[in-house]
Design a binder for this molecule. Structure first.
Ligand code: ADP
Length: 441
């Protein structure tokens, strides 16, 4: 028999003995029930005394020894002692773990801020305090947007898409750039990771300046070479054997000019901050212009359609929007055979404005799609070279869209065509006029 069961049997036996003794003694005095009542009252008193001792010890158990009672009471007390010891052990382990966690996060080279579901600061480490100028006394419990007011960060936080970090320039310190990334966890809580990326941004600026300067320096000699090649090509007395090589040299010089032009445009796009506001761009007029450009090409797809589903204007920088859309339409024209067709479409819905260029061209294998906007990335280098592309067109599109808080979506089926869609947020749409009937030019 287990010791716990034993004590219960013992308690039951004692109660039975009390009852029997009470009844027996009462019987001797001619009142067995009176004897039983006295015996039970004594038993109850003993139980109450034990309860009082137990309750007193529970209140003072941190420094008082447990009462020395046997039987069932002793068993209950030893169970409580065991539970208490186990709880103390777990508490110590938890405190140690917390200390280790705090020490390790404090030693992290990156800043860590814990935010609750209301985006109020719950905790931050030393690095976060240094990078974000947070004060342990005043800033705990404050909403993070009230302390970090940079518009890029406020927008990033509101957007809820935390797959990539956002880089902000700290207003309090010159040339200090911070990368901020949010990682959601638990029940709406957020972990904000902060790192100093000033060095990377400085290197990036040096690289950008170098590319811009090199492109600029190359432009003048190339203009001279192109000019002479043009004169030579137009010279009727030129040896016929030289005509071919000179024509090829002119083509290559034109390609180099296109590359330098696009490199300079990319540098210019990277140099300035995002487009704030901007003017309303008439997408219908722009699409009509681009259609004319395609039809003016020596070789072009048979059909070029324009479908305008909304009269709403697009708010942005007109030359940049023109450049982005023209690059997409230019690609569609370049990578679609003459018997194919192109369609440009502009529409507005509750997500924002969308401009799509669909072609029935060669299409792109799916594994290349994620890398298309990288500089000089080409799916088929031979075809791209033959069409005279600089390899920078889609990189320009991506930059222009980024500066307008837009995104580029590419869908393509090898052999049957591609659709490149520019998605702009609602704040970039000037007026949501009612949809007009589809116009096919
Ligand atoms: P390029 O000047 O070479 O056209 P881009 O940056 O504009 O450079 O495009 C990158 C690559 O993406 C192209 O070389 C081409 O292989 C592919 N591409 C772009 N648009 C299309 C399209 N509409 N159809 C098929 N391939 C395309």
């Amino acid at each position: 028999m287990e010791p716990a069961t034993q004590v219960w049997w013992f308690a039951a036996g004692r109660l039975l003995a009390t009852v029997l003794i009470g009844c027996g003694a009462g019987w001797l005095f001619g009142n067995p029930f009176g004897g039983l009542a006295i015996a039970l009252a004594l038993h109850l008193t003993w139980v109450l005394v034990n309860l009082v001792r137990l309750e007193w010890w529970l209140r003072h158990r941190n420094y008082a020894d447990p009462p020395d009672i046997g039987g069932v009471w002793g068993e209950v007390i030893s169970q409580i002692v065991r539970l208490h010891r186990r709880k103390r052990f777990h508490k110590q382990r938890f405190v140690q773990l917390m200390r280790q966690l705090q020490r390790s996060t404090a030693a992290l080279p990156n800043g860590v801020v814990i935010l609750n579901a209301q985006r109020e600061i719950v905790w931050f480490n030393r690095m976060a305090a240094r990078l974000l100028n947070l004060r342990r006394t005043g800033d705990l419990g404050m909403r993070i947007e009230h302390l970090l007011r940079e518009p890029e960060f406020v927008r990033y936080l509101a957007k809820g898409d935390y797959s990539n970090p956002v880089v902000i320039r700290q207003s309090s310190a010159d040339e200090c750039y911070l990368s901020l990334q949010v990682a959601p966890y638990g029940d709406g809580q957020l972990l904000l990771l902060v790192s100093d990326v000033s060095r990377q941004m400085r290197l990036e600026a040096v690289r950008r300046d170098f590319v811009a300067n090199a492109s600029h320096e190359l432009r003048s000699p190339l203009t001279v070479v192109s000019g002479y090649l043009e004169t030579l090509g137009a010279d009727g007395s030129l040896d016929p054997e030289l005509r071919g090589p000179i024509a090829e040299m002119r083509r290559q010089a034109e390609r180099m000019t296109a590359i330098i032009r696009d490199l300079l445009e990319l540098s210019r796009l990277e140099e300035t901050d995002e487009v704030v506001g901007g003017e309303p761009v008439d997408v219908a007029a722009l699409a009509a212009l681009l259609r004319k450009d395609v039809l003016a090409r020596a070789v072009h797809p048979r059909e070029v359609r324009v479908r305008i589903d909304s009269e709403a204007r697009l708010l942005g920088d007109e030359p940049e929007i023109h450049s982005a859309f023209s690059n997409l339409v230019d690609n569609a024209a370049k990578y679609t055979p003459p018997e194919g067709s192109i369609e440009m479409r502009w529409w507005v819905d509750e997500d924002g404005g969308h401009f799509a260029v669909t072609d029935t061209g060669f299409g792109i294998p799916s594994e290349h799609i994620p890398r298309l906007t990288e500089r000089f990335y080409r799916v088929d280098a031979g075809r791209a070279r033959a069409t005279g592309g600089s390899g920078l067109g889609l990189a320009i599109v991506k930059h222009v869209l980024q500066r307008h808080h837009g995104t580029l979506e590419v869908r393509s089926q090898l052999g049957s065509g591609s659709t490149f869609t520019c998605h702009f947020p609602l704040e970039r749409v000037a007026a949501t006029a009612p949809a007009v009937s589809a116009a096919t030019a």
